[in-house]
Design a protein around this ligand. Structure first.
Ligand code: SAH
Length: 236
């Protein structure tokens, strides 16, 4: 936790907040902070700055906030990700938030196990919690947008054109002929497949929608590694 991320409900006055629970425990056990010390803080959806510890006991911590700096800018990228297994989903949600991805679409695909769509980790509160952990890591306060699209074809045909409008579109596919470009630093829409990969029909649908299939070299990466490798490679 590199940022104390405050929610509007933590605020008890315009410049004061009271925290308990996980964040208090972290401040006491990891930071070992004491009254009078300053911590980096940010308000969810708002500015970043510092928080002075006014009072601290086992139950509560009272902070005075000075929030005056914007959070780091988001990367102009939408990731279309075939819904991964729940354990991997948790980590990818954190990674996506940490890296500054603006939007994540969790998409069905032929090789996504049906049961993944019933996972409790897809509940809005569960997604929110993982995203907050990712934001705390990278000192960001702005949540990425997360959309669920359990039907592949209607999404690709009806909703993708508007989402991908005016962006360069790439589909990561290990058997693609083209090498993935580097440092594009421009608005992108990036499709990443399930553990078993996209089937040819799906790659064709992406191509018909204007996506270029690209590969990342001869090594097959885990989905979570592919997410990180692609974002790091495309935004430099
Ligand atoms: N057996 C599958 C591997 C899927 S890896 C196959 O052969 O397609 C899961 C996803 O991660 C892929 O669909 C792709 O989007 C991405 N990925 C992993 N390694 C990659 C690579 N070397 N090049 C491009 N994409 C890759």
């Amino acid at each position: 936790m590199n940022l104390l991320l405050l929610r509007p409900e933590d605020m008890v006055a315009p410049d004061e907040a009271v925290l308990s629970g996980r964040r208090l425990k972290h401040v006491q056990e990891v930071h070992r902070a004491a009254v009078g010390e300053h911590l980096r803080a940010g308000l969810l959806g708002g500015l970043c700055g510092s928080a002075e510890i006014l009072t601290l006991d086992r139950e509560h911590m009272r902070l005075r906030l000075l929030l005056d700096a914007p959070p780091p800018p988001k990367l102009p990228v939408t990731i279309l990700l075939a819904l991964p297994r729940p354990k991997m989903l948790k980590r990818i949600l954190q990674t996506v938030a940490t890296m500054g991805v603006a939007r994540l679409v969790l998409l069905n695909s032929y090789r996504v196990e049906k049961s993944f769509w019933d996972s409790p980790w897809l509940a809005p509160d569960a997604i929110h919690e993982q995203l907050l952990l990712g934001l705390e890591q990278s000192r960001d306060t702005m949540l990425p947008e997360v959309l669920l699209e359990p039907l592949f074809k209607p999404f690709i045909e009806d909703r993708l054109p508007a989402l991908a409008h005016n962006t360069r579109c790439l589909v990561a596919h290990p058997v693609a002929e083209e090498h993935c470009p580097v440092a594009l630093n421009q608005p992108l829409t990036l499709a990443i497949g399930p553990e078993g990969g996209f089937i040819p029909y799906e790659v064709e649908k992406f191509e018909a929608a204007g996506f270029e299939p690209v590969h990342l070299g001869p090594r097959i990466l885990r989905v979570e590694t592919a997410v990180t490798a692609l974002v790091a490679r495309l935004f430099v």
